[in-house]
Design a protein around this ligand. Sequence first.
Ligand code: ATP
Ligand code: MG
Length: 468
Amino acid sequence: MFKGFTRFLQSPGAHLRSLFGPEEAAAGGRTGPRIIPRSDHPVSRQHFSEPALKVLYRLHNAGFEAFLVGGCIRDSLLGRMPKDFDVATDATPEQVRELFRNSRIIGRRFRIVHVRFGREVIEVTTFRGTHGDDHGDHIAQRSEEGLLLRDNVWGNIQEDALRRDFTVNALYYSIADFSIHDFTDGVHDIESRTLRLIGDPETRYREDPVRMLRAVRFAAKLDFHLAPATEAPIETLAPLLLQIPPARLFDEILKLFMAGHGVATFRLLRHYGLFAMLFPETDEALAELPWAEPLIEAALASTDQRIHEERPVTPAFLFAALLWGPAQQRQAALEADGMPPIPAQQAAAQQVISRQLQHISIPKRFSLPMRDIWELQQRLPKRGGKRAIQTREHPRFRAAYDFLLLREAAGELEPGLGDWWTAFQQGDDHERQRLLDKAGGDAGPANGRGRRRRPRKRRRRNAPPNSS
Ligand code: ATP
Ligand code: MG
């Protein structure tokens, strides 16, 4: 930790007293923010991107208040390089829009301005007022369950701080004097690595159930614990996630599983009963198939590792692992009813995906490659004739091969086929021929379904239920 900051953390009380006097410094009794001057915190403009600073300075020079807030300040205080920047201001979206040609207003439920600089987007939000107050314009709306439908009541910075989710996300860095404004004792919570919802936790989760997912995401990413009152209502309120539109949950899933902490996140989601609200069929399969959990964890671990190595990752692979258990169960049931394996797999895939889409929307650009990965699982054991060579040329071969290795490692399949394919890819022409000769007919060694020989003649194909 930085020297000045450590000093500050060791004597925050002394600091407070010098600024506000003892009564105001007492918890809850303070009326204004704790203001931490630049000399007492480690957050430096060097941590911020050029575009973020440009936005702050232009707002400031136009006479508006401008602060960096949220994850970028939290992460800087933790000694992590921030990855994106959120600006809070007293300028309205229209006023922000006028200052930046490269900007547009987005969102209805929550209107914000995106200012674009090449590939970087700076999110600018206008200070929100506390909802519940009737400002006469009725721009904040709630559903009967307390869900906040719209949140566009403007307010001041203090009100803005109180409607943010966690105390550690409500720290504001001022571009006017580089101080940090702390309205909710967020700095203390950073020091004790605590995630604490601002306000009454149950009300805040009801307003926006996605905050439960955010709690888990930050806990996993930052290695923080949840404050007891923040943790307590989650299990009971988890079903509120069923109200969230599938498109929003898809975005959230990417943040949960594609940010380098997927394994930890997955465990916490299950621990709090949240996973079942996102992937109900997978949750059931986890209870029934011994290999399902190791398979998903292995897929998440490999995604985490690739992210840390800055190698590309695709959600298709993860969704393939997450939904493979239910897809296999359904396929087995259809085969037991007499459907041949290939149409059974297609029908099972179709059914599992359409059930899942009721919870989380998976764009076609991910669900199609996911199905390819699944379909290739049936082709990988068949290596006779030119098949191995054709399979090897499939654009999704590599992902399907990686998936096969995970299935073997998870204990779904006996090992063997994965090694064959590893050798086949690495070998020269001579070695490949040797492997092909060894593989012989359709079924190779240990493909998981035994050395089942299928009749050469095709059975008359029952129309799969998904063919319409
Ligand atoms: P990261 O960007 O590292 O994932 P973040 O904290 O910046 O984390 P964002 O989703 O970028 O998260 O949101 C920016 C800020 O907006 C948050 O820090 C928080 O103050 C506020 N915020 C975001 N989502 C919510 C929410 N659902 N309820 C209340 N406040 C929120
Ligand atoms: Mg952010």
